[in-house]
Design a binder for this molecule. Structure first.
Ligand code: ZN
Length: 127
């Protein structure tokens, strides 16, 4: 895999500089750092959200369209977070140069290990 070209840290979505690379999301073929908020806005436009569904960051460069469902048991204040759709924004195992420079350990990677096989929906406990 060729090393991604380094260059100005400019968000490919809004063309503004990306000051905070720690929250940036690698986007596009070259994995350019994009503002987290720009990715959220992009996905919000692209995806149709049903009533009660919202977009949230699942970690590891992926977002999901999720819906909270209250627990069926009365008195249980927990609920279930239903993930309707998982959107991988970052390529799995992508390691853009700008992130290497940050020496980020990518602690969230493990979240994706089992979840990538999920096609339509999955349920995870959520408090
Ligand atoms: Zn931006």
């Amino acid at each position: 895999m060729p090393a991604p070209a380094t260059g100005p840290r400019t968000c490919p979505l809004c063309a503004e500089p990306v000051d905070d690379l720690y929250t940036a999301i690698a986007y596009g073929d070259r994995g350019a750092p994009a503002h987290f908020d720009c990715i959220v806005a992009l996905l919000g436009e692209r995806e149709e959200l049903e009533e009660g569904a919202r977009l949230c960051y699942l970690g590891g460069g992926s977002f999901g369209i999720v819906q909270m469902r209250a627990s069926a048991r009365s008195g249980d204040r927990g609920g279930t977070l239903l993930i309707h759709k998982r959107i991988e924004v970052e390529e799995r195992d992508s390691a853009p140069a700008w992130r290497e420079e940050l020496r980020l350990p990518m602690p969230e990677r493990r979240v994706n290990v089992a979840a990538s096989e999920v096609a339509a929906s999955e349920e995870v406990p959520c408090r």
